[in-house]
Design a protein around this ligand. Structure first.
Ligand code: 0A1
Ligand code: ZN
Length: 881
């Protein structure tokens, strides 16, 4: 394992390489423990570079076994080599030269799953961000692009499938018992997009004809027997290809597109050119084993990786500081795709829930960093929700500022101007400036200033003059390394809703720029005055969540209820319901902490039940309306001195009050919201199931018995309903015989299906209360707990730490001490996984003092441990700073 080198990389130090890489020719002779890699690299010295400058290549845990220069052995006096670097001197000043490097690597021993590794008898690679240097010495950085030829030689029986990037050149028997295959990728690419997969795999095949008539072979490789479960992924892929042509004019550019699903993978999936590798969780689905959420995730991630072909691969990043250039933009594109495939407002609600629950805490804690950071110690730790989700929000804001047509013009210009480039965020923004003529200098602060802006709003209406005045103030909180901030350009979508529910059209506005329904807040304090408003309107602000901000706007419950009833933006209606609920939930937490009775405002109950019963609204929206802010959301709003037990108790009491008041409605929804016919994963059916299941959840509170959930468990014919019923039994009635027997029957029924067994672990890891820890510990003893499989580790330990506030944040600190032990054990095998799970403690400073002390002590234990990886050291030190 690579332990910490302590080196910090700075954006300001960027400079191009001294040598230009012209071509890459790789030959792999596969062996589980001793794979031979021969890399033939053709370089020339960049113009103007010192003719004596050496060639310096990156490595990671490598041993050099051969080095040739133009096919002649290089004398040892001409190079220096360590496991991390190869330096070759005395190279030609002008003419191109060929370096041939031979290394032997051990895929079987590669537990960190970076570079070439083995999973279930398959050879597989993961090279982003810096995994290629674990295969051979190489200029392993994203601005070094070249075409690749790859030859794979391996045992024929064990590797009937041999894949790499690009188009297939040919393959056959090689010698006794061995076969070879050769691939050529004509599109110059950086090493992080290299992939190789071989093994004995099943395949699902289809074709897609592109808009200019090219036929593309589509192949999804899965373990034998799982082929039927790849059908939905294939369908999502074809829809993604079509959508990218229609919406962005992007056509696929090879004659084959391949996806491989593997069961050991650190992340969700990887966009290697023409050969995407997926965590099988995001490929495999059928009604019996996958939930509606699983289907939606598959659709989104298949699209995301496919869309990277243009935003990431054809145009890549100059350096890793530009990661949001491909990730933020590609998330924006996959969000838009899902919005077009499903319900746009419901999709937006889900995005904002995710942003607020994951990115906002990151931005408010010790790990906060700008969307485009300027330094890092371990790049793997920057695949964050800030780079991805906030990066997507920044792209969305550009579209909001410019309008749909101008945004499209800017995107077209970006594709035209930068195809084949390793580009920067500045290059991207410039395209929109050039296309629109708009200056985006101030807007660009969204890339550079960390922290969620806080906008405080107040308004007044003057009947006599018919004017409505809105005063806005913005503040960007201090974040690590950035103590002062400049005012941002914040686009706020708004509506003025009149008494009868119609929208006011102001005659004029002063105080700042307003384009269509968007206010441009650009100063620290700004007052907008709208004229020609005949009666007092209710302001709906930041509709569709047009800017990723915290908004403090003291609106009365009556005004919020008005928005919840009338806004034409469904997102804003949901937001108003959330804003109605939040103060109630915060007060409930305080009351529970102080031992007082918890109450629930009847106006909140009425608004929620009204939305739930409104048949003009789609069921998926009604389900979202009934889903109260989570315990983590409440903790975030409370901000400091948090007691997760009190938050849980308060929220539970509020839910019980709603459940009792609405019991009749919930029974009605539970009985009527059943999609007709056989299970189908479409958004409409999924919405009905979501509404029925949230109704069932409320009924467990009002009825106080597991009977109805047990009956739902017994009668469900799909995984969505089954998993929800099991969750309710286990979480609401953990010691009931119904819960015990449902958990046992679920296990028996799905044993042998790892993705479903992950659910079995997660459901138990999230049972609230202090007993969760002993449950998690005993589940770790279960033979099905496989400590080397990232999905399984995440499903038990990750889910416990991230998603069980009361179970993890035990007042005695045992949860933190347990996590510290686990992080050290995981780190020894898989640093990336360990570092990621450790971020579950990112908000430790907002806990009440006793818990915070325990958390600090546990983090300090990690910090002081010997042989920490760079990944974990980077996170733990930033968290303790
Ligand atoms: N680029 C991939 C995600 C990814 C990132 C890093 C990885 O290893 C460190 C693996 C995958 C995506 O955005 O889908
Ligand atoms: Zn991505």
């Amino acid at each position: 394992m690579r332990t910490d080198t302590g080196q910090i990389v700075h954006l300001a130090d960027y400079r191009p390489t001294d040598f230009v890489l012209e071509r890459v020719d790789l030959t792999f002779e596969l062996d589980p423990t001793n794979t031979k890699v021969e890399a033939r690299l053709i370089f020339h010295r960049r113009e103007g570079v010192d003719p004596t400058a050496p060639l310096v290549l990156d490595g990671d845990e490598l041993t050099l076994s051969g080095l040739l220069l133009d096919q002649n052995e290089v004398p040892t006096s001409q190079y220096d080599v360590t496991p991390e670097q190869l330096t070759v001197r005395d190279l030609p000043a002008e003419s191109p030269f060929e370096i041939t490097i031979t290394t032997y690597i051990n895929p079987e021993a590669n537990t960190q799953l970076m570079g070439l590794y083995r999973t279930n008898g398959i050879y597989c690679t993961q090279c982003e961000a810096e995994g290629f240097r674990r295969i051979t010495y190489f200029p392993d950085r994203p601005d070094v692009l070249a075409p690749y030829t790859v030859t794979i030689i391996g045992d024929k029986a064990a590797n009937p499938v041999m894949l790499s990037n690009g188009n297939f050149l040919g393959g056959a028997g090689y010698d006794e018992g061995r076969a070879f295959a050769a691939w050529f990728d004509p599109h110059p690419k950086p090493s992080y997009l290299f992939a190789l997969v071989t093994g004995d795999l099943g395949v699902v095949e289809d074709t897609f004809t592109t808009m200019s008539g090219n036929e593309v072979a589509l192949k999804i490789y899965v373990e034998h027997g799982k082929e039927p479960r790849a059908a939905y992924a294939m369908d999502a892929l074809k829809r993604s290809m079509k959508w990218d042509e229609e919406r962005f004019g992007r056509e696929y550019d090879l004659n084959i597109f391949q996806i491989v699903a593997v069961s050991d993978f650190n992340m969700g999936a990887m966009e290697n050119k023409g050969l995407n590798v997926f965590n099988d969780k995001y490929v495999l689905a059928d009604p019996e084993t996958a939930t509606d959420q699983d289907y939606a995730n598959i659709e989104a991630i298949i699209a995301h990786e496919y869309f990277h072909n243009w935003t990431g691969n054809r145009i890549t990043c100059r350096d890793w500081f530009q990661l949001c250039l491909k990730e933020g933009l590609t998330v924006y594109r996959d969000h838009e795709f899902s919005a077009d495939m499903r319900s746009r407002p419901v999709k937006r609600i889900a995005e904002v829930r995710h942003l607020k629950s994951e990115q906002f805490p990151e931005d408010a804690g010790p790990l906060a960093h700008p969307v485009r950071p300027t330094k890092y110690r371990e790049i793997n730790n920057f695949y964050t929700t800030t780079v991805y989700e906030k990066g997507s929000e920044v792209t969305r804001m550009i579209a909001t500022l410019l309008g749909r047509d101008m945004f499209k013009k800017g995107m077209d210009l970006y594709f035209e101007r930068h195809d084949g480039d390793a580009a920067t965020v500045e290059d991207f923004v410039k395209c929109f400036e050039d296309a629109s003529g708009r200056d985006l200098t101030q807007f660009s602060l969204w890339y550079h200033q960390a922290g969620t802006p806080l906008v405080t709003a107040s308004s007044s209406y003057d009947q006599s003059s018919g004017t409505f005045t809105l005063s806005l103030e913005q503040m960007v909180p201090a974040t690590p390394g950035q103590s002062t901030k400049d005012p941002m350009h914040i686009p706020l979508s708004f509506a003025l809703i009149l008494d009868n529910g119609s929208l006011a059209t102001p005659e004029g506005v002063t105080g700042g720029e307003v384009t269509e329904d968007v206010l441009h807040l650009t100063e620290r304090r700004q007052t907008f005055t709208f004229s020609g408003i005949s009666s007092r309107p209710v302001l709906s602000l930041n509709r569709s969540f047009s800017a990723p901000i915290n908004l403090h706007f003291d609106q009365t419950p009556a005004d919020l209820a008005h928005i919840a009833r009338h806004d034409t933006d469904l997102f804003a209606r949901w937001q108003a319901l959330t804003d109605l609920a939040m103060p109630n939930l915060m007060q409930a937490a305080r009351d529970a902490r102080d031992g007082k009775d918890v109450t629930c405002d009847p106006a909140l109950i009425a608004a929620l039940l009204e939305a739930a019963a409104d048949e003009t609204l789609e069921p998926a929206f009604r389900a979202q309306a009934l889903t109260l802010p989570s315990e983590a959301d409440i903790a975030r709003e409370l901000g400091s001195n948090n007691d997760p037990d009190a938050i849980h108790a308060g929220r539970t009491a509020v839910i019980s009050a709603i459940a009792e008041a609405g019991e009749k409605s919930f029974v009605h929804l539970f009985e009527t919201m059943k999609p007709e016919g056989a299970y189908a994963p479409d958004a409409e059916s999924a919405g009905k199931r979501a509404l029925r299941n949230i109704a069932l959840s409320y009924l467990t509170y009002s009825e106080g018995s597991p009977a109805r959930a047990a009956e739902a468990f017994a009668s469900s014919d799909n995984m969505t309903d089954l998993a929800q019923a099991l969750t309710l039994l286990a979480h609401r009635f953990p010691s009931s015989s119904e819960a015990t027997s449902a958990l046992a029957s679920f296990l028996t029924r799905f044993d042998g299906n790892p993705l479903v067994i992950d659910k079995w672990f997660s459901i138990q890891a999230t049972i609230p209360g202090a007993d969760a820890l002993s449950r998690v510990k005993s589940l770790m003893e279960n033979p099905r707990f496989i400590s080397t499989n990232p999905n399984r580790v995440r499903s038990l330990i990750g889910t416990y730490a991230f998603s069980n506030p009361t179970g993890f944040n035990r007042a005695d600190g045992e949860g933190y001490r347990f996590l510290a032990e686990q992080i050290l054990a995981i780190d020894a095998k898989n640093p990336q996984l360990a570092a990621r799970i450790l971020t579950s403690m990112r908000s430790w400073r907002s806990l009440e003092p006793q818990r915070a002390d325990h958390a600090r002590a546990a983090l300090t234990t990690i910090e002081r441990a010997a042989n920490l990886s760079t990944d974990v050291r980077d996170i733990v030190e930033r968290m303790l700073k």
